[in-house]
Structures are given as C-alpha cells and as structure tokens.
Design a protein around this ligand. Structure first.
Ligand SMILES: C[S@@+](CC[C@H](N)C(=O)[O-])C[C@H]1O[C@@H](n2cnc3c(N)ncnc32)[C@H](O)[C@@H]1O
Length: 314
C-alpha cells in the first residue's frame, strides 16, 4: 500500500472499517473512488480481508453518493458490489488496517493490521475487538513518544494489541509486555504481533503473558518491574475496580514510576466510582480529556479521559 493510498482520509477510514454512518461521504472525490477500487484487489486486503458485509455497505454508500453527484462510475465498482452482496461469507477471520500519519506532514508513519471480532463480546471476552480508548492510546503514542522511549512498559488488559503494537512500531520503548487474563485474547494477540512484526521495524523486546488483576505473580514481577503501566478501556465493571486498583498499587509501591489509563466515559457514575476507588487506595492522580479531533480514525461519541497516576516516590 503506498503513501498515495493512505494520504486520503477517506481511504484510511475505509481500511479500518470505520462505521459507514460516521464517514463523511460528501467529501468523496473521484480520485478516492479509484484508490478504493485499486485497494479492493490489493494483496493486503486479499490476505487480511475486511468484513464482507462492511465492504458491501461501504460500496453501496459510495455508489449512492457518486450517483447523487451525477459522477460517472466505472462498471467495475458495480460488478464488485454485486459480487460482494452475493457472497455469504461473514464468519471471518476479518481484519482492520490502521494507518498512522504524522499530522504536521501528513506522511504515513506506519500501518498496523489487526484481526478483530465484529462483536463487542465474543467467546466470553471483550478483548477480541479494539475499543475506542485503545485506538486513542495507539494515537497518543505518536504524540507522546518521550513518555515511553527507553522505558520498560507493561500493558494491562491489552486486548487485540493495537495500542501496544503502535507503541512498539511508532516509539522506542526498551521492552513492552502485553498482558491480559483471557487465553483466547492472548492467542489472537500473538497472531496480530506476528502479522505486524514481519512488516514493521521493531527495536524493542516484546513479551506476551497471562496476567489477571486478581492474582499477580509477585515473584516474576519483583525481578521485572516496569517503569510505566498502561491500560485502555479497562474501567467499565465496578466489580473489577478493587482488583485493578490493587494491581496498580502493587506496581507503584514496587518501583513503577507512573500509570496511564485511557477511559471512555460511557457511564459517568461508573467512572466516578472508579475515581473514588483510586482515592480509597491512596493513588494520587490527574486526569485530562483528549481533544475531539484527536484522530480521524477515532469516533468520539463519548469523551475519552486519560488518568495519570504517579508513584508517591516521584
Ligand atoms: C474492553 S477490553 C479493552 C481491550 C483493549 N485494551 C482495547 O482498548 O481495545 C478489556 C480487556 O481487559 C481484559 N480484562 C478484563 N478483566 C481482566 C482482569 N481481571 N485481569 C486482566 N485482564 C482483564 C479483557 O480480557 C479485555 O481484553
């Protein structure tokens, strides 16, 4: 995939299967249409396909829009659309491709391919698709590389691995440990790491491991204390707040310098309860809301807050 393809916001949104209703098809121009057509037969989309029903919905909207503007469309688009609606393969695996650009220059820095479930809860876990706060964290790394460069980072509840892979590809951590409690999540994560390490230059040590907040392996971590702990979209279930805060407290008392938690504010009372739990554990924090236009690949239907907790020693 070339810079030419990825410079178009429309193409970048298409590649990560941005919900059709949130894409501004009014901005669509003829050059975008030919780029999309080109991509539909590109080897990346052949090997790591987007969901068939998404492609069909997207093409339908694209055709409608071009017809509305009375633009000529080549027959190939219509054939492709008909071919898609006749296919009955919606059982995956399906992928999303996230392109990271540097805002100032609009240059594409990297592209990550992530296998994702198309439902929020699958196989009893929420970790098989990427959540909004996870996407926000992935883009935050591009703007805040100094927060993790040269450091040993551990991510809690890492899910598909998009955020961590962005850290490893777009920044220079010394070491990055992906952790999650769910075995199916770790399996899928390993696949995502494999797909992306062969295509991108990664200079740090990467590890994946099972870590449940209910049961930290003191022995392992006392010898391997991360400098920074990160997590995205892990604040949603009040029942987990005590064990999550206990885990954060343990790391911060044993040498971790700081924690960043990316939280989607879907339910304000749940979020408030989490802040109260942090206070009960004597964890001192600051919080900030990320800007509305943070990334054109991020749908911010709810605010996204970043909670920064520092160890008392700093
Ligand atoms: C909503 S998903 C977020 C995934 C990813 N961080 C993202 O933003 O896309 C929550 C993740 O936390 C993990 N998780 C939930 N409870 C956990 C626990 N007690 N210990 C460790 N991980 C947990 C889930 O398996 C899941 O991967």
């Amino acid at each position: 995939m070339s810079q030419k393809h990825l410079k178009s916001k429309f193409v970048r949104q298409f590649l990560c299967a941005t919900h059709v209703s949130t894409i501004d098809f009014d901005e669509l121009c003829e050059s975008d249409v030919s780029l999309i057509l080109d991509l539909l037969s590109h080897e990346i989309l052949q090997k790591y396909p987007l969901k068939v029903s998404y492609l069909a919905k997207f093409l339908k909207q694209l055709i409608n829009q071009m017809e509305k503007k009375e633009n000529e469309l080549c027959d190939e688009i219509y054939y492709k659309y008909i071919e898609l609606i006749q296919q009955d393969i919606n059982n995956g695996p399906f992928y999303k491709h996230y392109a990271f650009i540097i805002n100032e220059t609009n240059e594409v820095q990297s592209i990550l391919t992530i296998k994702e479930s198309t439902s929020f809860v699958c196989n009893g876990t929420t970790g098989l698709c990427t959540w909004q706060a996870g996407i926000a964290m992935a883009f935050w790394f591009i703007k805040n590389t100094e927060k993790i460069d040269g450091r040993f980072v551990l991510e809690l509840g890492c899910g598909t691995g998009l955020s961590g892979l962005s850290a490893c590809v777009n920044c220079k951590p010394r070491e990055y440990w992906f952790t999650d409690c769910h075995l199916a999540v770790l399996e899928s994560l390993k696949h995502n790491i494999e797909v992306n390490v062969t295509r991108n230059k990664i200079g740090c040590i990467i590890k994946t491991m099972q870590l449940s907040w209910d049961n930290i392996n003191d022995g392992l971590f006392l010898e391997n204390i991360p400098d920074v702990i990160l997590a995205a979209d892990v604040v949603y279930d009040v029942e987990m707040f005590d064990s999550l805060c206990q885990t954060l407290k343990w790391f911060l008392s044993n040498g971790t310098v700081e924690v960043y938690l990316f939280c989607t504010l879907r339910n304000h009372s749940t979020y408030r309860k989490f802040l109260e739990t942090l206070k009960c554990f004597h964890l001192n924090f600051n919080q900030d809301t990320i800007a509305n236009n943070y990334s054109d690949l991020l749908i911010q239907d709810c605010p996204i807050n970043v909670i920064n907790i520092k160890s008392n020693a700093t």
